[in-house]
Ligand binder design. Sequence first.
Ligand SMILES: [Zn+2]
Ligand SMILES: [Zn+2]
Length: 218
Amino acid sequence: MPDKPKNKSFQEVEENTEHFLNSKNQGFLKVTEFHGHVCPGSAIGYKAAEIAIKELSIVSEDEELACITENDTCAVDAIQVLTGCTFGKGNLIFNDYGKQTYTFINRKTEDAIKISMKKSFSVENIDPNLNKLRQKVKSGNANEDEKVELNTRLNSVSEAIINLPDEKIFNVEHVKVEIPKKANIYRTVECAKCGELVSEHRIREINGTLACIPCSNK
Ligand SMILES: [Zn+2]
Ligand SMILES: [Zn+2]
């Protein structure tokens, strides 16, 4: 163990990931280092990412692979880490539909798959006590034993999800979709109201002056 003092949150991450370190699941370890904790959501995202990489035989260094996610849950962090589809690169597109549905597109081959969660899958079925305990810890009413228990349960539920056959979690179908455009590089203009710089494609014109979205909504 290194003797450098660590802040608490990092120590917690380490304790959480220890189990997965031992299981040698380097992929999920990377996800957890990025995401900060072990949870069923990131395990679900891990599975979706694994399916995408397997089905489309690609990981995105540049923008070769694109993902349209229909939720912004913990799962999307796993997808960013494992597939290389990230918000920053512009090859992760977010549709705020509240659905555990992902479309992955291989821009080179134009092959695409749609991954959507099965009705028969539920975290509740894997561990009926998890959500109640999670709520209790979140509300601040849990004792130390319950906090430890929650960690253990989160670890084992996540591991169970990772070990489930893909078809127990998701429907996977190959689909034809419009290939999303690659990220553009835009000119920057100044908002006449707040003076901040705005990417050209997000500027609004109000009575002949150019304003950013928040200023034009005022
Ligand atoms: Zn999470
Ligand atoms: Zn402004």
